[in-house]
Design a binder for this molecule. Structure first.
Ligand code: BGC
Length: 511
């Protein structure tokens, strides 16, 4: 799960308590999981464009690039299956791991999953940093993927459960913020190490630092009260609650947690529940939002920005520098979203972001078509290159205040407790699957679709923007437990969702 995607039981009550230093430190350490995910998202593109790295592990690609100077289309310079597998294997591993992680997180606690995630990250980063052959490289990459699967499953849950309700929303998006910071740090490190002999070892190995922090953190920090109760440790849960809220009397909140845990246990069939007609909207959005999020083409920029910029004729340095710029834009624009989402609402951000992305993709596609045409020969003047960079930055900004954070927030807030875990799992799995798919096919698509690739993503952005305009009700300021009302007043969903009076009861309880 690549974002702060868990919202607790939707309890509208406010409990006493302060935002304690303990809770902030705890959340900071846990958020290392987001940073690590972002770091892995961002580091690969730069590394795969470094010549010493290509010479050592992908001599075929390197030779092809050298031989093809002047012969082969710019579009196909980097098209190599092994190189692609190196990038995308991580997301496949994350997809597989997220299924195991949900059981670990539930049965052994959030802390256990975070520790395991940190450990996978640590070993993966070390194997990659010290890699002497392609096997070490790929195995390291798979371990990093397990790390992503475990951390993305457990960290957002941990953050949501530790946080007092009043800052839960901010923390939810804060996780996405950490992802973007991780990507930016990765871009900066790549920029620095690209000038060093074997700098790629530093780029890949540095991930071990936050991983160590996460492992130690997970060992020494406590588990969440919710998880302790779930595993029958009520006394420990009370002590933890006193510690994180900074007050002695936590009885009321403790009782709520016990009740929430009991009612969650009553739902025996969350998977069956979510497929029943009354959860059609949730099933639709939990599947299509992550699918569309990836079909914006954002990860083409995140993974392959340096390669893409090189393809467009930027020099080595300029390519990496450009990805630092897009990384910075990503962080700042995410902040814009955090500050505005509860004021202007989700739909405005989705729609504005969609239109802006569409314009940028069409502009980029047209510029590349005019310069490189179908043959793939040509290069940009520095003015034109800057204009393309501008459009790519505007595209990243649009994504970062719309589909980036909202792609995680909306699926989590529309699901009632009885189907939340299932909805969440679908969201994560679909996201990872399409992250993998895009990473896997992008270079082949660039080679075959050429500039048309930008129009391909633009077409999807158009479809998803219409989809949001027509089908997503505004969820701003609606308490989670009242969310069922938005479907009833929606022109389309009111025809689909049955008008049962008891439409908030879990299916299992009805039968
Ligand atoms: C997406 C990632 C993407 C990142 C970029 C996240 O919301 O899930 O796939 O790389 O945003 O900031």
């Amino acid at each position: 799960m690549a974002g702060g995607a868990y919202v607790d039981s939707g309890n509208a009550k406010q409990f006493d308590g302060k935002v304690t230093a303990f809770v902030l430190v705890t959340c900071f350490v846990a958020a290392m999981g987001g940073l690590l995910f972002g770091y892995d998202l961002g580091i690969t593109g730069g590394v795969t464009s470094m010549e010493p790295f290509l010479i050592k592990f992908f001599p075929g690609v390197y030779k092809q690039m050298q031989d093809d100077v002047g012969h082969r289309s710019q579009y196909c310079k980097f098209d190599n299956e092994l190189l692609t597998l190196f990038t995308s294997s991580l997301y496949l591993a994350a997809l597989v791991a997220s299924f195991f992680a949900s059981t670990t997180t539930r049965m052994m606690g959030r802390k256990a999953s975070m520790f395991l995630g940190g450990l996978f990250f640590l070993v993966g980063a070390l194997l990659n940093g010290f890699a002497v052959n392609i096997e070490m490289l790929i195995i390291g990459r798979l371990l990093l993927g397990f790390g992503v699967g475990y951390c993305n499953q457990s960290v957002p849950v941990y953050l949501s459960e530790m946080a007092p309700a009043k800052i839960r929303g901010a923390l939810n998006m804060g996780f996405q913020m950490m992802i973007t910071i991780g990507i930016l740090i990765a871009n900066l490190i790549n920029y620095g190490t690209s000038k060093l002999e074997n700098g790629w070892r530093i780029s890949l190995g540095v991930g071990a630092v936050p991983a160590v922090l996460l492992c130690f953190g997970a060992l020494f920090l406590g588990d969440t009260p919710n998880s302790l109760i779930e595993r029958g440790q009520k006394e420990e849960a009370r002590k933890m609650l006193q510690k994180i809220r900074g007050i002695d009397n936590v009885e009321e909140e403790l009782q709520e947690l016990v009740l929430a845990s009991e009612s969650a246990k009553e739902v025996e069939h969350p998977w069956k529940n979510i497929t029943t007609p009354k959860y059609r909207p949730q099933l639709t959005f939990c599947t299509l939002i992550p699918f569309f999020q990836q079909l914006t083409g954002i990860n083409v920029v995140m993974f392959y920005a340096p390669v893409l910029f090189k393809t467009l004729g930027f020099g080595n340095d300029a390519s990496l520098m450009s990805s630092v710029i897009t990384g910075g834009v990503n962080v700042v624009a995410t902040l814009v979203s955090i500050l505005t989402v509860d004021k202007v609402g989700r739909k405005v951000l989705f729609l504005e972001g969609g239109v802006q992305m569409l314009i940028c993709q069409i502009a980029t596609g047209v510029m590349i078509a005019m310069k490189f045409g179908v043959s793939g020969e040509g290069s940009f003047s520095s003015g034109e290159a800057n204009l393309i960079l501008f459009f790519i930055c505007a595209f990243v900004a649009a994504f970062a205040w719309s589909w980036g954070p909202l792609g995680w927030l909306v699926p989590s807030e529309i699901c009632p407790l009885e189907v939340r875990s299932a909805g969440q799992a679908i969201n994560v799995a679909v996201n990872m699957l399409f992250t993998f798919a895009i990473a896997q096919v992008f270079l082949v698509m660039l080679c075959h679709l050429k500039f048309g690739l930008f129009f391909f993503f633009a077409a999807f952005v158009l479809i998803m923007t219409i989809f949001i305009a027509m089908l997503l009700p505004e969820t701003k300021n609606i308490p989670i437990e009242e969310m069922h009302t938005v479907w009833r007043s929606h022109w389309f969903w009111s025809k689909i969702v049955p008008h049962a009076d008891d439409d908030r009861k879990p299916e299992a309880a009805q039968s």
